[in-house]
Design a protein around this ligand. Sequence first.
Ligand code: FAD
Length: 403
Amino acid sequence: MAENTGLMTEVAVVGAGPAGLLAAIALAAAGIDTVLIGRRAPEDHRTTALMAGSVTALETLGVWPLCRDHAAALKTLRIADATARLLRAPEARFTAAEIDLPAFAHNIENRHLVAAMEARAEMLPTLRRLPLNARAVTTGQEARIALDDDSAIAAQLVIGADGARSLCRAAAGIATRQRPYPQHALTYNIGHARAHGNVSTEFHTEAGPFTLVPLPGLRSSVICVVDPPEAEDLHALDDEALSRETERRSHFVLGKVSVEPGRGLFPLAAETAETFARARIALVGEAAHRVPPIGAQGLNLGLRDAATIAELVTDAVAAGRDPGGEAVLSRYDTMRASDVRGRTIAIDLLNRSLLSGFLPVQGARGLGLYLLNRIGPLRRAVMREGIAPQLAQPRLMRGDTLP
Ligand SMILES: Cc1cc2nc3c(=O)[nH]c(=O)nc-3n(C[C@H](O)[C@H](O)[C@H](O)COP(=O)(O)OP(=O)(O)OC[C@H]3O[C@@H](n4cnc5c(N)ncnc54)[C@H](O)[C@@H]3O)c2cc1C
C-alpha cells in the first residue's frame, strides 16, 4: 500500500510511556502542534517514587490532581545493612523534614500515573494521538516517520520516547554504552498488617537491595534485587510462599504480609546514549538512559528530559527558530549530560559497592554511610542532590508554565 504523507506537525513524540506522555502534554499545553505516536502500554504494577520536582511538573501540567490520591508520601528513608559481612555499614535514617520538605517523594503505581497522563492528554486540543507504532524514521530538512498502518507523518522534531530498544535512537545513529549487572529486579506490591509510617526501608544484602516503598493505606511496593536464578525462583513461588519470604527478608517490619497480583521481573543494566540528540531526533526517558532501580532515579531523570526538551522547543518556536534545529539539539544534550551521567555513575558505584566481596570496598561504603550519618551539612547536601540537581532544573519542575 502507498504511504499517505499528508500529516505534518511541529513535534512528533514516538512512544506513549510516561516520559513520552509528559513530553507531549508539556508541548501541547504550551500550544505546540504535537502528535503522540504509540499504543497504550499494558498495565504496569511497578511503582515510581516521584521526587518533588516531578510532582511539581505534574501539578503544573494538571496531571497530579488526577492521580494524587493513589500516591503515598515518602517522608523517611532508612538504609539497613542486612549483609553477613565482617564490615557492616551503620544503619542510616534520612528525614525530609531535615531539609525542610514535607516529603522526599510520592510513590505511585505506574498504571495510575499513566492513566492520569492519558486522561490529561485527551483534554488538549493541540495534541493528536495516533495509536500506532513507528516503523521507520528518516531525517533531513524535516523528519519523516513511517507508521505501521502504512501512513507517514512529517515533523520538524522527533522526540524518541520509545524505551530501551529505541527505534529513534537507531535512526539517529546514536550508539550506547552498556553495563549489564549480574542481577534481576523482582517487583510486586503487598498488603501488610503494620502501618509503614511513610518510611521507605532499603535492606542492603550481598546480592543487591531489598526495598519497601510506601503506598496509600496498609500497602507497599517491593523491589527485590538478587541474582538471576534466585529471582526466577522467587518469581515462581505461589502467593503464600512469597508472602512468607517477604516477611523474612523485611525482618517483619510491616508484620504479616500478603502479596498482590501483578509481579514483574527485570534484568538490570545501565545503558547511556553517547549523545541525547542528533539529526532532528531528541531522546528522552529510557531511550536515552537506563539505570538500576536504586535511589528511585530512572523515571525522575526521564521526566526531567521531557520537561527540558519541551522548554527548549517552546522557546525556539516563540523566537521563530527551528524546533528541531542544531541549536536546540545541542543545547538539550548539554543540559541533560551532567544530570544523567552523574547519577548513572553514583548508582553504579553504590550497586558495585554492595556486590563487592572486597573488604576495603565494603569498608569504604560503611565509612561513607557513617560520615553521612554524622556530618549534618554533608547529609543535607546529599539528600538535596538525591532529590534533584541543584543546578539546571527545568522551568516546569520549578512550577513555571511554558512558554
Ligand atoms: C524494577 C524497577 C523499578 C523502578 N523504580 C523506579 C522509581 O522508583 N523511580 C523512578 O524514577 N524510576 C524507576 N524505574 C525506572 C522507570 O520505570 C523507567 O525509567 C520508566 O518506566 C521508563 O519510561 P519511558 O517512558 O522512558 O519508557 P517505557 O515505559 O519503556 O515506554 C516506552 C514506550 O514506547 C513504546 N514504543 C516502543 N517502540 C515504539 C515504536 N516503534 N513506536 C511507537 N511506540 C513505541 C513502548 O511500547 C512503550 O509504551 C524503575 C525501573 C525498574 C525496572
